[in-house]
Design a binder for this molecule. Structure first.
Ligand SMILES: [Cu+2]
Length: 232
């Protein structure tokens, strides 16, 4: 017969199988656990209205459901991006630097700052961008997008300010010290399946996504290699 304990245990397993990670601020386009490995987490269309966000330093909040994960953010300057390539270059062919370092987060809430106005891709007051967060907690790259309009001097709600910037304290590589030309969205996407190792993930949503790849290592390795070259 079934005991209360076994029923509770089953419920616990079910609940931990939810939500690899969520993008909590700015608000995500949408969240679908099963589709999170897809471009923009399976939400390819721009959300309207765009959310106001600082042209200067502004905070991004995520909630991680893996014990350890590798995170990076990048942007598209297209008003209607349709795929990863739109996060690679601007409409006039300028490479878009990563919007953050590549850094690690532990389970739970994490916050990091971006400074989109300083990326050197011509963003000004009123510019429209889409920010995509890439997250790898051991079961493959996952994505969330948010659609923004950049406002000079915009003040975020005080409760959204980062008390600890995870991208500074836990960075595995910097987005600013190396040439960003290599650190673009498509190169991240293309290295996503480059390496594999056993996963320590506690989050397997389905057979299809319960892979044992750790894309972050390949990505970090590729970027560190380039960073090394630029130091020569
Ligand atoms: Cu997961």
């Amino acid at each position: 017969m079934f005991s209360i304990q076994s029923i509770l245990a089953a419920a616990f397993v079910a609940s931990t199988a939810m939500a690899h990670f969520t993008l909590d601020y700015p608000t995500s386009r949408g969240f679908n656990d099963d589709n999170e490995p897809q471009y923009c987490g399976g939400f390819p269309n721009v959300a309207s209205p765009r959310q106001p966000f600082p042209l200067g330093k502004g905070p991004i909040h995520i909630d991680s459901h893996h014990s350890l994960a590798t995170v990076v953010a990048f942007i598209s300057t297209s008003s209607s991006p349709t795929g990863f390539n739109d996060f690679n270059t601007t409409s006039n062919g300028t490479s878009i630097p990563l919007a953050s370092s590549i850094f690690q987060v532990k389970q739970g809430d994490a916050c990091f700052n971006v400074d989109l106005g300083s990326l050197g891709v011509g963003l000004t007051n009123g510019s429209e961008v889409t920010l995509q967060v890439q997250y790898d907690g051991g079961d493959g790259n996952l994505y969330q997008c948010t659609d923004l309009v950049l406002i000079e001097g915009y003040s975020v709600p005080s409760n959204e300010t980062c008390t600890t910037d995870a991208s500074l304290t836990n960075a595995t590589t910097s987005s600013t010290s190396s040439s960003s030309a290599s650190g673009t969205a498509s190169s991240q996407a293309s290295t996503a399946s480059a390496s594999a190792k056993p996963s320590s993930s506690s989050c397997s949503t389905s057979g299809a996504f319960a892979r044992t790849e750790t894309a972050g290592l390949g990505l970090v390795g590729a970027l560190m290699g380039v960073a090394g070259l630029t130091l020569l």
